[in-house]
Structure formats: structure tokens, C-alpha cells
Design a protein around this ligand. Structure first.
Ligand code: SAJ
Length: 424
């Protein structure tokens, strides 16, 4: 199959790098997004997200004329849908962005096109997408009714890249290709081979959907184990970072790192897609989510205890005079992404209750999110450390790791990431 023009719908953390990588292989790429600011930024050759080296690749792709962004879908040979799949209040998956993207591209679909769903999705979402497209285009035939002879090929190929390493992982990672038919898979594999150096492994759409959910649930369960250990160790007076290091010396043990909770739009979300489809059976997966979701509250309790400790050891001191520094708001190190961030949730919780002065250091953002703006001050991390009585490390950003340990003397430190672990 020949794919000269590729349309990527959704120019976020996955769609934009994917569009840029196709463009770097000299494919004509049309990026579609409902966000006019994102479209205008990309068309200037700039980017609206933080991801190492992405700015250079997008700049080159746009100036060489291979990548162009627009809010209105245009005809193409292949369409990749990379829109968000959040969950609703009851943890049910919200497929409305996929439905909206399907309805947006349906009018420009043509016989021979390939449509790929990249968004992480509950089992059955690819079939739902195929139904939405078929309902909008009764003049075309689709795999669910016409099998291998369909006009339109449809596949689910979940993205699996790690934020912060997206450009490398897009090229190097193996890719799971879940076509609705064998020809759908072959078409999708041919498209990805444009830039994927890993293996393209073919399966069906439902297995591909479940595979992605399984990968992230596996990680969530393993982080929950580390987080539970950190709470147990705190009670027993054991340094959890040292404990994990020692246990990991066993050849078949590989415990992940405890933290302030699990954030991001993937690991904190995707396991719920399994739980919501099979609530009776997904017991371990649900409890892991609950353990990880409970960790921010535990950190806030540690903070409250530290205030009491400070007040009882400094009898003249008032709560109002205490300066607290939260280091980091992003959901993990060296990115600007605040989505589902436990650090942000902890900071907001503290801001609501705490009567003293709250300073926040987050080197990857220029201003505080609205919910914090009136209650905290965004400062340089060095200033935050200098001013604070209590320092709460919430993200292991490289800037924080470089802070000299002697600047922490006489301060209460709650290090949820173990970056200044003295037992190292
Ligand atoms: N975290 C810990 N301890 C650890 C590892 C992570 O507390 O030992 C926390 C992080 O701080 C963060 C959260 O977990 O808050 C998630 O971070 P992450 O680095 O584990 O994963 P994501 O969400 O950035 O990316 C994941 C990846 N999935 C897996 O590693 C199985 C990535 O490959 C997926 O493409 C991505 O989800 C996605 O888009 O689904």
C-alpha cells in the first residue's frame, strides 16, 4: 500500500511527535486539532508541549513543508486518531473524543483509506469507532460488514511511548498492530514500517486494546506494591529506598520506586478501563489503583504532622509564619505535564488548609495553574529551598536532584521521591 499523505487527528503528546516523525520520513502530514492555539503554534514551526528534541523535529518538518496543521480535516491516505480517552466520574471510559474525531474525518474518507485508532481504549472501542464511521458514511464499506473486501481498513495500534523519551521510543519500540481483519493489519503494519525500527506484531483489535491496558495495569500494580511498602516502612522506621535497593539485589526481584502517587493520563486511568468492564474479576487491579490514589492523602498527613512537629519544637512560632516549599507539580520528572498529577493534588490540598506561606517550584512551567495561583507563589527552586521551613519533594526533576544537601540543614524535609536519600 502507498501512503503519501497521512492525517494525524489530535496533536498532543502522542499525535504531534507521531506526525513529526512521519514528516521527517518525507511523508506529507496533515495534523488536525480542535485547539486553534496548538494549530497556529505548530504552523509557526513551534510546539505547545514539552518533550525533548520535539521542537527541532517539528520545526524542520514545518519549514521543509512536510507538516501542516489545521482545524478542518482534509482527504488523506491514512488517518491516525490520537485523541484523549479520559474516564467519567464513575470511572467509565469516555469515548466522546474518539466519536467526535470519527465524525470529523468521516466526510473526507475515501475508498482505500486506512483508519488507525492509537488512543488507549477499552476493549471494543475500535469496533465502536468503525460503527461511527460506517453510520456517517453509508456509501463506503467497512470491515465489520465486508471483512477483507471492505473499502476502509481499520486497526487499533496503541501508542506505548514514555513521555520524556517519545522520539526515541516511537522509533525503537515494538508495535502491536490490531487490525479488524488481516488486510487491515497488513496495511497498518506497512504504514508504521515507515519509521518503526522495532517489530510490528500483528494481532486482532480487541487483543491490541487489552494489551495496552495490561501493560499500564502491570506498571500500576507494581508501583502500588512500592507505595504500600513505603507506608509500611514509614511505620516500622525503615528507609524504604534502601530496602528497595537491597531487595532488588535478588536476581528475580525488581521493585519499582515509591512516590507521592501515580499520575499522568495513562497509568492512573487505563486500569479503570479493565475494572469498569469486569468489576467482579479485576480485584487486584482495582486495589492497586486505590493504593496509588490514596498516597497523596498520606503525604498530606505527613505534612500536617511536620507542622505540628515544627510548632512544638519552636514554641514562639505561629503557623502563619511557616514557609512551606513544594518542589514539583508535574506528574513525573523533567516534563511539564500536570495531568492527573499527584504533586498538583497534594499542593492544592495543602494550599486549601495551610495558613502560612506556600511557595512552589516547578522549573517546567511559567505560571501556576488557576486553582493554585491565588494561594501560592511560583518561585525558583533555589529560592524555595532557601526560604522554606518545610520542604516537600514531589517530583524528582533534575534541578532538584542537584540541590546541595547542606542547603537542607535545619529544615524539615518530606522527600516523597527519595532524591536526597542519605542512605544511598
Ligand atoms: N511512578 C512511580 N514509581 C515508579 C515509576 C513511575 O511512582 O517506579 C509514577 C510516576 O512518577 C508517574 C506515574 O507513575 O506519576 C506514571 O509514570 P510512568 O513513567 O510509569 O509512565 P507514563 O504514564 O509516563 O507512561 C506510561 C508508560 N507505560 C508503561 O511503562 C507500561 C508508557 O510506555 C505508555 O506509552 C504511557 O504510559 C501511555 O501513554 O499509556
Amino acid at each position: 500500500m502507498n501512503f503519501e499523505t497521512i492525517s494525524v487527528v489530535g496533536l498532543g503528546y502522542i499525535g504531534l511527535p507521531t506526525a513529526a516523525v512521519f514528516a521527517a520520513r518525507k511523508k506529507r502530514v496533515i495534523g488536525i486539532d480542535v485547539n486553534e492555539h496548538a494549530v497556529a503554534t505548530i504552523n509557526r514551526g513551534e510546539i505547545h508541549i514539552v518533550e525533548p528534541d520535539l521542537d527541532m523535529v517539528v520545526h524542520a518538518a514545518v519549514t521543509e513543508g512536510y507538516l501542516r496543521a489545521t482545524t478542518t480535516p482534509e482527504p488523506a491516505d491514512a488517518f491516525l486518531i490520537a485523541v484523549p480517552t479520559p474516564f467519567k466520574a464513575d470511572h467509565e471510559p469516555d469515548l466522546s473524543y474518539i466519536e467526535a474525531a470519527s465524525n470529523a474525518i468521516a466526510p473526507v474518507l475515501a475508498k482505500g483509506n486506512l483508519v488507525i485508532l492509537e488512543s488507549t481504549s477499552p476493549v471494543g472501542a475500535t469496533e465502536a469507532m468503525a460503527q461511527w464511521l460506517a453510520a456517517a458514511r453509508p456509501d463506503l464499506s467497512f470491515p465489520q460488514t465486508h471483512g477483507e473486501s471492505s473499502d476502509i481498513r481499520i486497526a487499533h495500534c496503541p501508542e506505548r511511548v514514555l513521555p520524556g523519551h517519545v522520539l526515541r521510543e516511537l522509533v525503537e519500540n515494538d508495535r502491536i498492530i490490531g487490525g479488524m481483519t488481516r488486510k487491515c493489519s497488513e496495511a497498518a503494519a506497512a504504514l508504521y514500517k515507515t519509521f518503526v525500527e522495532g517489530e510490528c506484531i500483528v494481532t486482532d483489535a480487541r487483543t491490541a486494546e487489552m494489551c495496552k491496558l495490561t501493560e499500564n495495569s502491570f506498571r500500576d500494580v507494581n508501583i502500588a506494591f512500592a507505595n504500600e511498602l513505603s507506608i509500611i516502612c514509614d511505620k516500622l522506621g525503615i528507609n524504604v529506598w534502601e530496602l528497595v535497593r537491597l531487595a532488588n539485589r535478588h536476581p528475580r526481584v525488581n521493585i519499582l520506586q515509591p512516590g507521592p502517587g501515580v499520575g499522568g493520563h495513562c497509568i492512573a486511568v487505563d486500569p479503570w478501563f479493565i475494572v469498569s468492564q469486569t468489576p467482579e474479576d479485576a480485584r487486584l487491579i482495582r486495589v492497586a489503583r486505590e493504593v496509588n490514589d490514596g498516597k497523596p492523602e498520606w503525604v498530606v498527613k505527613k505534612f500536617e504532622q511536620s507542622i505540628q512537629r515544627l510548632l512544638s519544637s519552636n514554641l514562639g512560632k505561629s503557623t502563619e509564619s511557616i514557609v512551606v516549599a513544594c518542589l514539583g507539580l508535574a506528574f513525573k520528572a523533567d516534563i511539564d505535564d500536570l495531568r492527573e498529577s499527584p504533586a498538583l493534588a497534594i499542593c492544592q490540598n495543602i494550599a486549601e488548609k495551610f495558613l502560612g506561606h506556600l511557595v512552589v517550584a516547578e522549573p517546567n512551567i511559567a505560571k501556576l495553574p488557576c486553582a493554585l495561583a491565588s494561594k501560592a507563589t511560583l518561585v525558583d527552586f533555589r529560592q524555595a529551598v532557601e526560604e522554606a521551613d518545610i520542604i516537600i519533594v514531589l517530583v524528582d526533576h533534575k534541578e532538584f536532584k542537584a540541590i546541595a544537601e547542606n542547603s537542607l540543614e535545619k529544615k524539615i524535609v518530606i522527600d516523597t521521591r527519595g532524591i536526597w536519600d542519605i542512605a544511598k
